[in-house]
Design a protein around this ligand. Structure first.
Ligand code: GDP
Length: 308
């Protein structure tokens, strides 16, 4: 079974890792949100790509869910001492990734090629693709103020209430992304933030249309568990956008894009009667074993959907 997973950072990376642990690498493609990317201290930073790469490489920080294990912070501490910005934490090991990426981009390589290079060097065998090679910055509108995504997310600690998520027009998918959809049996929408991790991917032309037309099955996994986001602003955003912060509302938000929906045992029964097939599973991925088990159960669900 050829699987394409759409992923943001923390939740996306965990499911991507589970899938990578159970399927042959040539059958797995992870398409990652780059709407959070930004330029900072002269460097091109791709937070979701890095979270996915570090997780797949086995060097992720398990406590934070982002960044590298065994990290040190000498450089950013010195940046602050020199009067520079330190609101976006850049660890010393992490900085090596940003330096290499920025260097290669300036040499004229595409983000896809840079990501491929980093995967090779980090020993990652599955295919990890940025959703586009073009910049595609997400912005957050709060009342009359429009924030660049990281300013809202990190500097403002996602507190300004959200009025709207602004996504750029005319961003195109790469040929490798399109090819991945063309050969996919199953597309998984990871338990990532629907508004600022998944929507930015779907907004890249022609990904939404490909998702509607091509794969035999599309399954989404709920990032909302027990009415709360496991991490980050997803539940708060749902409330501010006038949606109930429930798994059911996530399924209804994805609507006709999906054929199957996986939600957590804590919400058992809450998705009964939906128009799509559902599976109620333990979706909390604390350990590698959790990630493997959930991936296995989702693949079993997909096999049933693909037979129908
Ligand atoms: P970000 O870009 O780093 O914010 O990452 P994502 O959008 O990929 O992930 C954030 C979402 O993942 C949040 O809405 C969390 O609720 C969800 N999430 C994180 N860990 C888990 C998990 O173990 N299980 C489930 N079901 N959702 C999770």
């Amino acid at each position: 079974m050829k699987v394409v997973a759409l992923a943001g950072g923390v939740g996306g990376a965990k499911l991507a890792d589970g899938i990578a642990r159970i399927l042959p690498p040539e059958d797995v493609t992870i398409i990652v949100n780059t709407g959070d990317d930004f330029e900072h201290l002269g460097l091109t930073i791709c937070p979701d790509l890095d979270t996915v790469l570090y997780r797949l490489a086995g060097v992720a920080n398990d406590e934070t869910g982002w960044g590298r294990a065994g990290e040190s912070w000498r450089t950013i501490t010195e940046v602050a001492a020199l009067g520079g910005p330190d609101w976006f934490r850049l660890g010393d090991l992490d900085l090596a990734t940003h330096l290499m990426r920025t260097h290669m981009l300036r040499e004229g390589e595409s983000l896809t090629a840079v990501t491929h290079h980093l995967c090779q060097k980090l020993g990652i065998q599955v295919s990890v693709l940025p959703m586009s090679n073009q910049p595609a910055p997400t912005q957050i509108q709060s009342g009359d103020t429009v924030y660049p995504f990281q300013t809202w997310f990190v500097q403002e600690k996602w507190q300004p209430p959200i009025t709207r998520v602004l996504l750029p027009e005319d961003v195109r998918a790469t040929r490798s992304v399109i090819r991945a959809f063309e050969t996919a049996d199953l597309v998984l929408i990871a338990p990532s933030n629907p508004f600022v991790s998944i929507d930015p991917i779907l907004n890249v032309y022609p990904i939404r249309a490909l998702l509607m037309d091509l794969p035999q099955a599309v399954i989404a996994v709920s990032p909302i568990v027990g009415g709360q986001a496991v991490k980050g602003p997803a539940a708060k955003m749902m409330q501010e956008l006038g949606l109930p912060h429930t798994s059911r509302a996530v399924a209804e938000y994805y609507d006709e894009l999906i054929d199957g929906f996986v939600y957590d045992v804590q919400d058992a029964g809450s998705c009964d009667g939906l128009a799509v097939e559902t599976r109620c599973l333990d979706t909390m991925m604390y350990t590698a074993e959790d990630r493997t088990r959930l991936a296995q159960e989702i693949i079993e669900f997909a096999e049933v959907l693909l037979k129908d």
